[in-house]
Ligand binder design. Structure first.
Ligand code: KIV
Length: 271
């Protein structure tokens, strides 16, 4: 299996992701939430790492991303940052922390200073454009997020595919242009028709990153999902690369058996 980190390379920057699009090189992103996993991912040579607010679901077991707080996101982001030398590290601003430019700027500064990540991701289009501009003016790279925006789940009421109808698709295209004009370095397109993603990707000069968005300039997946840790979660867009649920279950069962049979620890495993 190819390892993409063949030589010691410098830190990936937000500008480099734009250059990758210009050069026709696809961008690979994954979302870990802890130091050890982040270190493994960084050692593969992955381009960027996102500390998604999906930590709310994956790490904390909430049904939505709404409950996770700024302090909790900073804790996860700081843990990940300590494990990464090379990949660009992007952190989600959690729900309610950028509902106006003043709060957005204050909370963006907190995340950058306390986690030491490299960039932030915000969900939304025209509605948050003033906040996005102010954060970028501070010198913080911002990634947008359109289509299915899980922080608005209570407004939409469903995690179904977005922008299937013309009116919503037109708004998404306008939002994508507004985010590019505001200075975003990329946009996540979540769960929208592949044709719409292709159109947006061809119109923008910044990279689009798909998750259920078809063939974009790059892809992002939640690490726990792509490693098959969450047995019941199999949305159409997900490719599962391992069966960690079985690996963990079988290993733990073997451990219980060994302990009960007094097979563990053996003489080599004692001081
Ligand atoms: O929170 C998250 O993990 C995300 C990705 C799914 C894009 O926003």
């Amino acid at each position: 299996m190819k390892n993409y980190l063949s030589t010691e390379q410098a830190k990936v920057t937000a500008c480099q992701l734009i250059k990758m699009k210009q050069n026709g090189e696809k961008i690979a992103i994954l979302t870990p939430y802890d130091y050890t996993t982040a270190k493994i991912l960084d050692d593969t040579g992955i381009d960027a790492i996102l500390i998604g607010d999906s930590a709310s679901n994956v790490m904390a077991g909430y049904t939505t991303t709404v409950p996770i707080t700024l302090d909790q996101m900073i804790f996860y982001a700081a843990s990940v940052v300590r494990g990464v030398k090379r990949a660009l590290v992007i952190c989600d601003m959690p729900f309610g922390t950028y509902s106006n430019p003043i709060d957005g700027v204050k909370n963006a500064i907190r995340i950058m200073q306390e986690s030491q990540c490299d960039a932030l991701k915000l969900e939304g289009g025209i509605e948050i454009i003033d906040t996005v501009k102010k954060i970028i003016e501070l010198g913080i790279p911002v990634m947008g997020h359109l289509g299915l925006t899980p922080q608005s789940i209570h407004k939409f009421g469903t995690y179904a595919v977005r922008a299937k109808e013309e009116e919503e698709a037109k708004k998404l295209i306008n939002d994508a242009h507004a985010l590019e004009d505001a200075g975003c370095f990329g946009i996540v397109l979540e769960k929208i028709p592949a044709k719409l993603s292709a159109l947006v990707s061809s119109e923008l000069s910044i990279p689009t990153i798909g998750i259920g968005g078809g063939m974009c300039d790059g892809q992002v997946l939640v690490i726990d999902d792509m490693l098959g840790k969450n047995k019941g979660f199999r949305p159409k867009f997900l490719r599962v690369y391992a069966d960690l649920h079985s690996v963990i279950t079988n290993s733990v069962n073997q451990y219980i058996t060994d302990v009960k049979a007094m097979d563990f620890p053996n003489s080599n495993e004692q001081y």
